[in-house]
Design a protein around this ligand. Structure first.
Ligand SMILES: Nc1ncnc2c1ncn2[C@@H]1O[C@H](COP(=O)(O)OP(=O)(O)OP(=O)(O)O)[C@@H](O)[C@H]1O
Ligand SMILES: [Mg+2]
Length: 376
């Protein structure tokens, strides 16, 4: 008998490769970010000649390409020069000075046990390995404003400042935030020495979004299944929603999946309209507030990365939470989060230990983060 997942006869294909629409995909080109890319290249160019990079602060509203641009430039830099290596830390996921110092120290090649090591001890070993490092580490502190309390970020940045002053250790820092005023709240000395450059990311205009979407669509969809008009509708809507490219790309994915399910052969303007309707109308706050503590922790882990496998999320949960969960209750919580449309959880495989799902959030990230702030 035919497997139920194999394509049924007569079904028309919509996607060439839908991965190009996944939020974690770093595109090969970033249209309309040339200036921002050039500025970053200027800041990090000294590294390629063995010099000291300029630290930089990237700010701007959600979905304007800050994370994508930082990743893109650092990928290129690492490909070009062995002298540079970068670590990307999301401070919503790792929101204490302790865990961030530990991650950096680990990255520098000095593994330290997750528990039972004091923060000062970690700081000392970081100083030590940094001095010996044969490459220039570049530390991206993404969503720095999401650290627990403003003081924690200040302390962390102060630690880094002290190291760079006392040890003459060479490293670069990229801070990323939605909030321009973030750095103005920092200690004056930290501010002046750590933030040498600012790069602002502006919301995308409808025209710019059209180019961005057009390019992603070209890779993702079979030729001819999505028309210019549908792309224009998606671009216009996302521009109205604050020029957020993430929302626009997610709408293309949702519309494409709906067209595929209906076997319609075309991603029409109507599919895009209903995709936006489902993205816009999710009453996120109410749903998040109705979740129990375990579900909130799971959701927080899912939000912290663009996309991850269910097994990884379960592992992280077990490390983070004091309350153990059986795999079975974990699965039922994932089911609940997916039913309430907070997350996407497509099945991607069946292994020895059960079904694997690819988990990612289904509504604008900031909407969820806003309501999860008291969860650690
Ligand atoms: N110029 C661009 N070209 C192609 N894709 C882009 C561009 N800008 C952003 N994107 C895509 O849009 C999505 C959101 O971008 P990104 O994650 O960089 O936003 P952000 O500014 O970091 O937002 P946030 O503040 O919410 O973290 C990603 O999937 C990214 O690949
Ligand atoms: Mg980001």
């Amino acid at each position: 008998m035919k497997n139920i997942f194999s394509k049924t006869k007569g079904q028309t294909l919509i996607f060439k490769s839908e991965q190009y629409l996944y939020p974690e995909h770093v595109p090969a080109r970033l249209p309309h970010r040339d200036e921002e890319i050039d500025s970053l290249v200027f800041c990090f160019n000294p590294v390629t000649k063995g010099g000291k990079p300029q630290n930089v602060f990237l700010y701007g509203p959600t979905g304007t390409g800050k994370t994508a641009t930082a990743r893109y430039v650092l990928n290129e830099l690492e490909e070009y020069s062995d002298r540079a290596r970068s670590i990307h830390i999301n401070c919503f996921e790792q929101n204490t000075r302790h865990s961030i110092l530990a991650s950096i120290t680990n990255f520098l090649g000095s593994p330290i046990p997750r528990r039972g090591t004091g923060t000062d001890e970690i700081y000392d070993s970081m100083r030590f390995v940094l001095k010996k490092s044969r490459f220039t580490p570049i530390i991206v502190l993404d969503e720095i404003d999401q650290m627990q309390g403003s003081n924690e970020a200040s302390k962390l940045l102060y630690d880094l400042l002290r190291i760079s002053e006392q040890e003459k250790a060479r490293f670069g820092i990229i801070l990323v935030s939605n909030d321009f005023s973030f750095t103005s709240r920092l200690d004056g000395r930290v501010k002046s020495s750590l933030m040498e450059e600012n790069i602002e990311f502006n919301p995308y205009s409808p025209e710019q979004l059209k180019d961005i979407l057009g390019e992603r669509a070209e890779y993702a969809f079979v030729d001819g299944v999505i028309g210019k008009e549908a792309i224009a509708v998606a671009a216009a809507h996302a521009a109205k929603k604050g020029g957020d490219a993430r929302v626009a790309i997610d709408a293309l994915l949702k519309a494409g999946r709906a067209a595929e399910r209906d076997n319609s052969g075309e991603v029409t303007v109507e599919y895009l309209r209903s995709a936006f309707k489902s993205i816009d109308s999710a009453p996120v706050q109410k749903i998040v507030e109705s979740l129990n503590e375990e579900e909130k922790i799971i959701l927080k882990i899912i939000v912290s990365k663009d996309s991850q496998k269910s097994g990884e999320v379960y592992k992280k949960y077990s490390q983070l939470s004091k309350k153990p969960l059986s795999e079975r209750s974990f699965r039922s919580m994932i089911g609940k989060l997916s039913d309430s449309d907070l997350i996407n959880a497509p099945l991607i495989g069946e292994g020895m230990r059960g079904k694997t799902r690819q988990l990612s959030i289904a509504v604008p990230k900031k909407e969820i983060e806003k309501h999860l702030t008291n969860i650690n």
